[in-house]
Design a protein around this ligand. Structure first.
Ligand code: FER
Length: 284
């Protein structure tokens, strides 16, 4: 009996130490540039897309202390309907948020790729961004990502190539893409996040047709939305289905609407869970 109790208390301590505490919101200053800490670097890369038949651009953020001597996991971070590969950088300054988290030792070192998710010849966010041809290009990006961009990144950067060290997340249209592509390609992604996902998000039974498989394969499934966002129903219906089918996930509802205050907070929260060992769901 004594032995059993000892074993149980050791197990409890181990599980408590895994369950690192995570505040449920980013603290004031999380997005403020600090000049006294190490900074990561942002490159522009260009890859040939067989899917689109053009050269396409993406931005790549490598973490402070990045070295070719090490290998890194990768997060693909996608933009919304009115954006392009610069949207996160322009409005969310993810490099500032991530640099600050690294300085506090809160992130697993990772490479973050900011692609252009509108896979068509003219991929600028001009004219009517809701035009059906432009919206369709967000679906076409699945092939560009899987067949063109990922192989290019894996050739050019010292990164791991397995699903357990590949993540996809995005905001709004990019959230829908992340859920569609991530959950539709469980052999490619183990970490999936939808921030304020748009109507391009597949219906839950199409998104997760095999809940048992999703449960087995996923390391993290994150669904978040601002409580005042008109697109809440797309996150909520996904969450309800996942609950009903017992697929572990985080459903994170936060103050705010459909804007970068919400998405910056999402990046702050989500990125800290990525590529960690142990059960990330216990962090919450
Ligand atoms: C829609 C409403 C919003 C829609 C897309 C969005 C394709 C996307 C918003 C965003 O990316 O911010 O009806 O249809």
């Amino acid at each position: 009996m004594k032995l059993v109790l000892t074993v149980l208390s050791v197990l409890l301590c181990v599980s408590l130490s895994w369950a690192q505490h995570l505040d449920n919101r980013a603290p004031v200053g999380f997005d403020q540039l600090q000049t006294s800490i190490p900074h990561g670097q942002i490159d522009t890369v260009e890859y040939h897309s067989k899917t689109v038949g053009t050269k396409r651009k993406a931005l790549v953020y490598t973490p402070p202390g990045f070295t070719e001597k090490q290998k890194y996991p990768v997060l693909y971070l996608l933009h919304g309907i009115g954006g392009d590969e610069f949207e996160w950088l322009r409005n969310g300054q993810p490099q500032v948020i991530l640099d600050n988290l690294y300085a506090q030792g809160k992130l697993e070192p990772m490479v973050v790729v900011l692609p252009n998710g509108r896979a068509m010849k003219d991929d600028r966010a001009v004219g009517n961004v809701f035009d059906s041809v432009r919206v369709q290009a967000f679906a076409t990006f699945e092939r560009d990502l899987l067949n063109d961009l990922i192989p290019f990144i894996e050739h050019k950067y010292p990164v791991y190539k397995d699903r357990k060290r590949r993540a996809i997340a995005g905001l709004s249209m990019g959230g829908g893409q992340s859920l569609n592509f991530g959950l539709g390609n469980l052999d490619k992604f183990a970490w999936v996040g939808g921030f304020s996902s748009a109507p391009n998000t597949k219906a839950p039974d199409k998104l997760v047709p095999d809940p048992k498989k999703a449960k087995e394969k996923l390391k993290l499934l994150w669904i978040s939305c601002g409580e005042d966002d008109n697109l809440m129903s797309f996150s909520k219906r996904t969450h309800d289905y996942l609950d009903k089918h017992h697929v572990p996930h985080i459903f994170y509802v936060e103050p705010g609407g459909h804007d970068f205050e919400v998405w910056k907070n999402d990046l702050y929260m989500f990125s800290q869970l990525l590529f960690k060992t142990g059960n990330v769901y216990r962090t919450f």
